[in-house]
Design a protein around this ligand. Sequence first.
Ligand code: CP
Length: 325
Amino acid sequence: MQTNLRGRDMITTLEWTKEELETALDVAFRLKQERALGIPHPLLRDKTLAMLFFYSSTRTRSSFEAGMAQLGGHAAFIESRTTQISHGDTAKEIGQILGRYFDGIAIRNVDWGIGNKYIRDVASASRVPVLNMQCDIFHPFQILADLMTIMEKKGDPKGKRIVVSWAYAASYLKPISVPQSLILLMPRFGMDVVLSYPPEFPLMPEIVDEAKALARKHGTGFEIVHDMDEGFKGADVVYAKSWGPLLTTTDPEEGKRLQDKYKDWIVSEERMKLAAPDAIYMHPLPADRDIEVASAVLDGPQSVVFDEAENRLHVQKAVMALTMR
Ligand code: CP
């Protein structure tokens, strides 16, 4: 257990050691248990968090806001369009100024080629921890909640097989931060990773190279396939969601045309039968019902999506309590 996390940013799990991540997970399990028992834990009394959003959210906003209140503090929701950012407040002003008012700055900016740099620029100017609520490259709190959920449902992740699969969505071109963060974190906790996507939907090559290197270092499997059925075979954890073909095109119309080629990449009950009989189905949500995943799977006995969403609250409280105290 590491006890020196005060002041640390959480921009990607890569920048935390395994022992530091295990500390955050230990605290998350403790806070979850205390909440179930009705034991108050005002670990951040009188502390404040700025939550700066450049993009919509249901779970992230709600869980950070509820989490700060449960820790005895307050979270301020700041929608970027209501600020002076478009009139000259750069990342430096945001880091400097919000860092003087608040004890932590959380940011969601998923703009392709911009989000991660923006968050890092704010962090460079900030005297308080900066928390990544999702950028174009990483979604660290989602992935920590995912790992917590896998531990709850499957026990020790070591030796378990996770398929991180693309799935069709009709709604919009979704960010690639979730699959990228998954393939980077799970090898460090001993999981074999199968990454499955149609050829036009690759992830960032440097992220895939890093994931392969982590798999080699930790002695775990890492495979890439371009067939949804192949990916599902024998998986203990099915994590299938849509993402945009951002490495191929950033044009929304061309991206939609590419997505529409693969309408059969849906998580169906039949496909789930290819996975291990006790496999769990995961998705960060929101999902396109009966397009990305059949409702029978999303609402079925193998789905753990609501426990997964709940665990956002617990891991975020843990990281805030450790970094913002
Ligand atoms: N999973 C997730 O980040 O959900 P929101 O986009 O609703 O915050």
